[in-house]
Ligand binder design. Structure first.
Ligand SMILES: [Mn+2]
Length: 300
């Protein structure tokens, strides 16, 4: 029973207090060129941990190396419903979006990738919402989502809820998604300061979630990727437990990407809270051009 209560602490709330619909995000900037795709290579790794006090993991994450599609979800709902929702979201998007990306190939424009992502997430939303409505044990389940596609020098990034994406560029570490949460809305409205937010009790109330209503608004933004950038996608099990400075310090260590992912998990567990922790790291590197003689002759 205790475990059940722990699983329930994270909830979705309808943003009823808002006088107008949530804005779909910042005004859309000019499309970002994809650049020379052959010049950027990506190393991607993932790690997830149930945490110190939970025996189940309601986070789910995956990536597809061929299409550089990255997905992370943090589910919510009673019993194992959170696991079902996040698992469905990741499996569905990996399969559908992965198939579209491999068919559309490297030629897909920013607009097409954005559209495909929106359709894919809308379909995933339907399938989770239908499962929740046809199985009483899954009633009300839902999940946060971060989904990213790296193409050459461009990242198309979608998110719902409070799972996040951060970027380390040189010495600058920055959160590049903005949570869809009650807390973020209170900060935006000037009701509380970011400092007060760190100790707030309603950290876990999200105002958007996948699968809880018949439609969902995915926020999609595009970013220019520079060689050397490290991107971190994570669930709140990391971001609630480790400060931005702490995360940046680990990402700047001289260690392999997988080692740094493991060190983030350790740091979150040292904080001692009882949530699942998931991290996905993507390191953009300039292709050194040291290809074999044959591929240089063939121009590939
Ligand atoms: Mn969580």
């Amino acid at each position: 029973m205790g475990g059940h209560l722990v699983q329930q602490y994270r909830m979705w709330v309808r943003p009823r207090h808002l006088s107008k619909p949530l804005s779909p995000g910042i005004p859309r900037p000019a499309p970002i060129p994809i650049g020379n795709q052959n010049k950027m290579i990506y190393e991607i790794c993932t790690q997830t941990d149930p945490g110190l006090t939970r025996d189940n993991n309601e986070d789910a994450l995956a990536f597809d190396a061929a299409t550089r599609l990255c997905i992370l979800a943090d589910g919510m709902g009673g019993y194992n419903a959170g696991e079902v929702a996040s698992g469905m979201a990741v499996a569905f998007i990996k399969s559908e979006m992965g198939r579209w990306l491999s068919q559309a190939g490297r030629q897909a424009s920013a607009k097409e990738v954005r559209r495909a992502m929106e359709i894919c997430v809308a379909n995933a939303n339907h399938s989770i919402f239908n499962a929740a409505n046809s199985n009483p044990q899954y009633a009300g389940m839902g999940t946060t989502l971060v989904v990213g596609v790296f193409q050459g020098g461009r990242l198309t990034l979608g998110h719902i809820g409070d799972s996040r994406c951060y970027r380390l560029r040189g010495q600058t570490f920055q959160q590049i998604t903005k949570d869809h949460s009650l807390l973020q809305e209170q900060i935006d409205a000037g009701l509380i300061t970011p400092e007060q937010a760190l100790t707030s009790l309603n950290k876990n109330l999200v105002t958007r979630a996948l699968g809880v209503e018949d439609t969902v608004l995915l926020e999609v933004n595009e970013y220019r990727v520079e060689a050397g950038d490290v991107y971190l996608m994570c669930s709140d099990g990391l971001s609630d437990m480790v400060t931005d400075e702490g995360i940046a310090g680990i990402l700047q260590r001289d260690a392999t990407l997988a080692q740094r992912a493991g060190q983030l998990i350790v740091a979150a567990n040292e904080g001692g809270r009882r949530d699942n922790i998931s991290v996905l790291l993507a390191h953009a590197k300039e292709d050194s051009g040291k290809r074999g003689l044959l591929s240089r002759i063939l121009g590939k």
